[in-house]
Design a binder for this molecule. Structure first.
Ligand SMILES: Cc1ncc(COP(=O)(O)O)c(C=O)c1O
Length: 281
Protein backbone atom coordinates (compact mmCIF):
# COMPACT_ATOMS: atom_id res chain seq x y z
CA UNK A 1 0.00 0.00 0.00
CA UNK A 2 1.25 3.48 -0.76
CA UNK A 3 1.28 5.95 2.16
CA UNK A 4 -2.00 7.79 2.75
CA UNK A 5 -2.10 11.56 3.40
CA UNK A 6 -2.03 13.07 6.86
CA UNK A 7 -3.68 16.49 6.74
CA UNK A 8 -4.14 19.21 9.36
CA UNK A 9 -7.78 20.15 9.91
CA UNK A 10 -7.41 23.91 10.27
CA UNK A 11 -10.98 24.96 11.09
CA UNK A 12 -11.60 22.07 13.52
CA UNK A 13 -8.23 22.70 15.22
CA UNK A 14 -9.37 26.24 15.99
CA UNK A 15 -12.90 25.15 16.95
CA UNK A 16 -11.72 22.51 19.44
CA UNK A 17 -8.48 24.19 20.61
CA UNK A 18 -6.34 21.21 19.63
CA UNK A 19 -4.00 20.43 16.75
CA UNK A 20 -6.21 18.00 14.84
CA UNK A 21 -4.85 15.88 11.98
CA UNK A 22 -6.73 13.41 9.82
CA UNK A 23 -5.16 10.22 8.44
CA UNK A 24 -7.06 9.74 5.19
CA UNK A 25 -7.60 6.02 4.65
CA UNK A 26 -10.41 6.92 2.23
CA UNK A 27 -7.85 7.08 -0.60
CA UNK A 28 -7.11 3.34 -0.45
CA UNK A 29 -8.27 1.23 -3.44
CA UNK A 30 -11.70 0.31 -2.01
CA UNK A 31 -11.97 3.40 0.19
CA UNK A 32 -11.07 1.99 3.60
CA UNK A 33 -8.11 0.93 5.77
CA UNK A 34 -9.22 -2.69 5.23
CA UNK A 35 -7.16 -2.71 2.02
CA UNK A 36 -4.03 -2.67 4.19
CA UNK A 37 -5.26 -5.83 5.94
CA UNK A 38 -6.37 -7.48 2.68
CA UNK A 39 -3.03 -7.00 0.94
CA UNK A 40 -1.22 -8.54 3.89
CA UNK A 41 -3.74 -11.43 4.00
CA UNK A 42 -3.22 -12.08 0.28
CA UNK A 43 0.56 -12.10 0.77
CA UNK A 44 0.13 -14.61 3.60
CA UNK A 45 -2.20 -16.82 1.50
CA UNK A 46 0.20 -16.86 -1.44
CA UNK A 47 3.07 -17.78 0.88
CA UNK A 48 1.04 -20.63 2.42
CA UNK A 49 -0.44 -21.84 -0.89
CA UNK A 50 -4.15 -21.15 -0.22
CA UNK A 51 -6.55 -20.71 -3.14
CA UNK A 52 -9.66 -19.70 -1.20
CA UNK A 53 -10.39 -17.40 1.74
CA UNK A 54 -13.28 -17.05 4.18
CA UNK A 55 -14.29 -13.81 5.86
CA UNK A 56 -17.23 -12.56 7.95
CA UNK A 57 -17.78 -8.85 7.73
CA UNK A 58 -19.97 -5.83 8.40
CA UNK A 59 -19.04 -4.57 4.91
CA UNK A 60 -15.69 -2.91 4.38
CA UNK A 61 -13.41 -5.90 5.06
CA UNK A 62 -15.36 -8.22 2.75
CA UNK A 63 -15.65 -5.60 0.00
CA UNK A 64 -11.89 -5.07 0.17
CA UNK A 65 -10.88 -8.74 0.13
CA UNK A 66 -13.45 -9.58 -2.58
CA UNK A 67 -12.10 -6.79 -4.76
CA UNK A 68 -8.38 -7.43 -4.28
CA UNK A 69 -7.99 -11.22 -3.91
CA UNK A 70 -9.19 -12.39 -7.37
CA UNK A 71 -6.21 -10.64 -9.00
CA UNK A 72 -4.07 -13.23 -7.16
CA UNK A 73 -6.44 -16.04 -8.23
CA UNK A 74 -7.90 -16.40 -4.76
CA UNK A 75 -11.61 -17.13 -4.39
CA UNK A 76 -13.40 -15.37 -1.53
CA UNK A 77 -16.29 -16.68 0.60
CA UNK A 78 -18.11 -13.91 2.42
CA UNK A 79 -20.40 -14.45 5.41
CA UNK A 80 -22.75 -11.57 6.26
CA UNK A 81 -25.78 -11.20 8.48
CA UNK A 82 -29.15 -10.92 6.77
CA UNK A 83 -29.45 -7.57 8.58
CA UNK A 84 -26.71 -5.99 6.47
CA UNK A 85 -27.86 -2.92 4.48
CA UNK A 86 -28.80 -3.58 0.84
CA UNK A 87 -26.30 -1.00 -0.42
CA UNK A 88 -23.48 -2.97 1.24
CA UNK A 89 -24.66 -6.17 -0.44
CA UNK A 90 -24.84 -4.37 -3.80
CA UNK A 91 -21.25 -3.19 -3.54
CA UNK A 92 -20.11 -6.61 -2.41
CA UNK A 93 -21.79 -8.41 -5.30
CA UNK A 94 -19.95 -6.15 -7.77
CA UNK A 95 -16.81 -8.14 -6.96
CA UNK A 96 -18.55 -11.53 -7.18
CA UNK A 97 -17.46 -13.34 -4.01
CA UNK A 98 -19.36 -16.46 -3.01
CA UNK A 99 -21.92 -14.87 -0.71
CA UNK A 100 -23.32 -16.63 2.35
CA UNK A 101 -26.12 -14.47 3.75
CA UNK A 102 -26.99 -16.00 7.11
CA UNK A 103 -29.85 -15.72 9.59
CA UNK A 104 -28.51 -14.10 12.76
CA UNK A 105 -26.02 -11.46 13.80
CA UNK A 106 -22.45 -10.53 12.79
CA UNK A 107 -21.22 -12.73 15.66
CA UNK A 108 -23.16 -15.68 14.19
CA UNK A 109 -21.59 -14.94 10.78
CA UNK A 110 -18.14 -15.07 12.40
CA UNK A 111 -18.94 -18.40 14.06
CA UNK A 112 -20.34 -19.98 10.90
CA UNK A 113 -17.47 -18.75 8.76
CA UNK A 114 -14.93 -20.14 11.24
CA UNK A 115 -16.61 -23.56 10.97
CA UNK A 116 -16.83 -23.32 7.17
CA UNK A 117 -13.11 -22.51 6.85
CA UNK A 118 -12.20 -25.47 9.07
CA UNK A 119 -14.44 -27.85 7.07
CA UNK A 120 -13.24 -26.64 3.66
CA UNK A 121 -9.57 -26.20 4.52
CA UNK A 122 -9.80 -22.57 3.39
CA UNK A 123 -7.82 -19.63 4.72
CA UNK A 124 -9.56 -17.87 7.62
CA UNK A 125 -9.40 -14.09 7.20
CA UNK A 126 -11.44 -13.18 10.28
CA UNK A 127 -10.27 -10.94 13.11
CA UNK A 128 -9.15 -12.71 16.25
CA UNK A 129 -7.21 -15.37 14.37
CA UNK A 130 -4.89 -13.57 12.14
CA UNK A 131 -1.64 -11.71 12.72
CA UNK A 132 -1.51 -10.68 9.04
CA UNK A 133 -4.33 -8.19 9.59
CA UNK A 134 -2.51 -6.51 12.49
CA UNK A 135 0.70 -6.40 10.48
CA UNK A 136 -1.22 -4.74 7.62
CA UNK A 137 -2.51 -2.03 9.96
CA UNK A 138 0.86 -1.59 11.66
CA UNK A 139 2.05 0.00 8.40
CA UNK A 140 -0.33 2.90 9.09
CA UNK A 141 1.25 3.34 12.53
CA UNK A 142 4.71 3.54 10.96
CA UNK A 143 3.46 6.11 8.44
CA UNK A 144 1.98 8.31 11.17
CA UNK A 145 5.21 8.12 13.19
CA UNK A 146 7.16 9.20 10.11
CA UNK A 147 4.69 11.89 9.03
CA UNK A 148 4.73 13.40 12.55
CA UNK A 149 8.39 12.80 13.35
CA UNK A 150 9.01 16.42 14.36
CA UNK A 151 6.14 16.54 16.83
CA UNK A 152 4.64 13.12 17.65
CA UNK A 153 0.91 13.18 18.45
CA UNK A 154 -0.41 13.13 22.02
CA UNK A 155 -3.44 11.05 20.96
CA UNK A 156 -4.37 8.72 18.11
CA UNK A 157 -8.13 8.24 17.89
CA UNK A 158 -9.45 5.13 16.19
CA UNK A 159 -13.00 4.02 15.28
CA UNK A 160 -13.08 0.56 16.85
CA UNK A 161 -15.11 -2.62 16.60
CA UNK A 162 -12.91 -5.72 16.89
CA UNK A 163 -9.82 -3.78 17.90
CA UNK A 164 -7.67 -5.13 15.04
CA UNK A 165 -6.97 -1.67 13.66
CA UNK A 166 -6.16 -0.03 16.99
CA UNK A 167 -3.89 -2.90 18.07
CA UNK A 168 -2.16 -2.99 14.68
CA UNK A 169 -1.61 0.77 14.74
CA UNK A 170 -0.09 0.53 18.20
CA UNK A 171 2.32 -2.17 16.96
CA UNK A 172 3.55 0.22 14.27
CA UNK A 173 3.62 3.33 16.45
CA UNK A 174 5.09 2.41 19.74
CA UNK A 175 8.75 2.07 18.82
CA UNK A 176 8.82 5.64 17.54
CA UNK A 177 6.40 7.68 19.59
CA UNK A 178 3.98 7.00 22.36
CA UNK A 179 0.58 8.60 21.97
CA UNK A 180 -2.43 7.58 24.07
CA UNK A 181 -4.67 5.35 21.96
CA UNK A 182 -8.36 6.31 22.04
CA UNK A 183 -10.93 3.73 20.89
CA UNK A 184 -14.11 5.38 19.60
CA UNK A 185 -16.74 2.65 19.92
CA UNK A 186 -20.48 2.39 19.21
CA UNK A 187 -22.19 -0.06 21.53
CA UNK A 188 -25.63 0.67 20.12
CA UNK A 189 -25.91 2.28 16.74
CA UNK A 190 -28.05 2.42 13.62
CA UNK A 191 -25.78 4.85 11.88
CA UNK A 192 -22.29 3.44 12.43
CA UNK A 193 -22.91 -0.05 10.95
CA UNK A 194 -19.20 -0.70 10.39
CA UNK A 195 -18.38 -0.52 14.09
CA UNK A 196 -21.77 -1.07 15.79
CA UNK A 197 -21.71 -3.56 18.67
CA UNK A 198 -18.09 -3.40 19.90
CA UNK A 199 -17.43 -7.05 19.04
CA UNK A 200 -13.83 -7.23 20.32
CA UNK A 201 -12.70 -10.30 18.34
CA UNK A 202 -9.16 -8.95 18.78
CA UNK A 203 -9.99 -7.84 22.33
CA UNK A 204 -6.82 -9.15 24.01
CA UNK A 205 -4.52 -7.13 21.77
CA UNK A 206 -6.90 -4.17 21.94
CA UNK A 207 -6.91 -4.11 25.75
CA UNK A 208 -3.12 -4.41 25.83
CA UNK A 209 -2.71 -1.44 23.47
CA UNK A 210 -5.13 0.70 25.50
CA UNK A 211 -3.38 -0.18 28.77
CA UNK A 212 0.20 0.20 27.51
CA UNK A 213 -0.57 3.58 25.93
CA UNK A 214 -2.62 4.94 28.85
CA UNK A 215 -5.49 5.13 26.42
CA UNK A 216 -9.25 5.22 26.84
CA UNK A 217 -12.43 3.75 25.33
CA UNK A 218 -15.19 6.25 24.46
CA UNK A 219 -18.74 5.25 23.50
CA UNK A 220 -20.21 7.43 20.75
CA UNK A 221 -23.92 7.97 20.10
CA UNK A 222 -25.52 8.26 16.67
CA UNK A 223 -26.25 11.90 17.35
CA UNK A 224 -22.59 12.64 18.11
CA UNK A 225 -21.41 10.70 15.04
CA UNK A 226 -23.89 12.51 12.80
CA UNK A 227 -22.66 15.89 13.99
CA UNK A 228 -19.01 14.89 13.48
CA UNK A 229 -19.79 13.58 9.97
CA UNK A 230 -21.18 16.98 9.08
CA UNK A 231 -18.24 18.85 10.64
CA UNK A 232 -15.80 16.74 8.64
CA UNK A 233 -17.71 17.45 5.44
CA UNK A 234 -17.25 21.16 6.17
CA UNK A 235 -13.54 20.49 6.39
CA UNK A 236 -13.60 18.73 2.99
CA UNK A 237 -13.70 15.13 4.24
CA UNK A 238 -16.53 12.87 3.15
CA UNK A 239 -16.33 9.82 5.42
CA UNK A 240 -18.81 7.25 6.62
CA UNK A 241 -20.42 8.04 10.00
CA UNK A 242 -18.52 5.18 11.70
CA UNK A 243 -15.28 6.92 10.72
CA UNK A 244 -16.48 10.26 12.08
CA UNK A 245 -16.78 8.60 15.51
CA UNK A 246 -13.10 9.48 16.02
CA UNK A 247 -13.73 13.22 15.81
CA UNK A 248 -16.76 12.82 18.07
CA UNK A 249 -14.47 11.16 20.64
CA UNK A 250 -12.02 14.09 20.53
CA UNK A 251 -14.84 16.40 21.62
CA UNK A 252 -16.04 13.99 24.27
CA UNK A 253 -12.71 13.52 26.10
CA UNK A 254 -12.44 17.31 26.56
CA UNK A 255 -8.76 17.79 25.83
CA UNK A 256 -7.26 21.18 25.00
CA UNK A 257 -3.93 22.17 23.46
CA UNK A 258 -3.08 18.61 22.41
CA UNK A 259 -2.00 17.18 19.11
CA UNK A 260 -4.43 14.54 17.90
CA UNK A 261 -4.59 12.22 14.89
CA UNK A 262 -8.07 11.01 13.95
CA UNK A 263 -8.08 8.01 11.63
CA UNK A 264 -10.62 8.48 8.84
CA UNK A 265 -11.15 4.79 8.22
CA UNK A 266 -13.71 4.73 5.39
CA UNK A 267 -15.25 6.75 2.57
CA UNK A 268 -18.83 8.03 2.88
CA UNK A 269 -19.36 7.59 -0.86
CA UNK A 270 -19.62 3.81 -0.48
CA UNK A 271 -22.59 3.94 1.87
CA UNK A 272 -24.82 6.80 0.82
CA UNK A 273 -27.86 5.60 2.79
CA UNK A 274 -26.08 5.90 6.14
CA UNK A 275 -24.46 9.10 4.93
CA UNK A 276 -27.86 10.61 4.16
CA UNK A 277 -29.08 9.55 7.60
CA UNK A 278 -26.10 11.34 9.16
CA UNK A 279 -26.27 14.68 7.40
CA UNK A 280 -30.06 14.87 7.55
CA UNK A 281 -32.54 16.59 5.26
C1 LIG B 1 -14.96 2.09 8.51
C2 LIG B 1 -14.44 1.26 9.65
N1 LIG B 1 -13.85 1.88 10.67
C3 LIG B 1 -13.37 1.19 11.71
C4 LIG B 1 -13.49 -0.19 11.79
C5 LIG B 1 -13.01 -0.88 13.02
O1 LIG B 1 -11.98 -1.76 12.83
P1 LIG B 1 -11.71 -2.94 13.88
O2 LIG B 1 -12.81 -3.94 13.71
O3 LIG B 1 -10.38 -3.43 13.48
O4 LIG B 1 -11.74 -2.36 15.26
C6 LIG B 1 -14.10 -0.88 10.74
C7 LIG B 1 -14.25 -2.34 10.81
O5 LIG B 1 -15.02 -2.95 10.15
C8 LIG B 1 -14.60 -0.14 9.63
O6 LIG B 1 -15.21 -0.74 8.60
Amino acid sequence: VYPTPLVRLDALSVKYSNEIYAKLETVNPTGSHKDRESLQLIRDMIKKGFKSAVIASTGNAAISLSALAPASRIQVHVFVSRNIAQERLNLLSTFKPTLHVIEGSYDDAVKMSNEFAADEGAYLANPGHNMAKLIGDSGMGREIAKQMKRSPPDYVVVPTNNGTLLAGLWMGLNKNSEPAMVAAIARNSELMSSIAGYHRHDGTQLDRAITESNGIVVDISDREAARATYELLHEGILCEPASAAGLAAVKKIRIKGKSVVVVITGSGLKFMESYKMAIGP
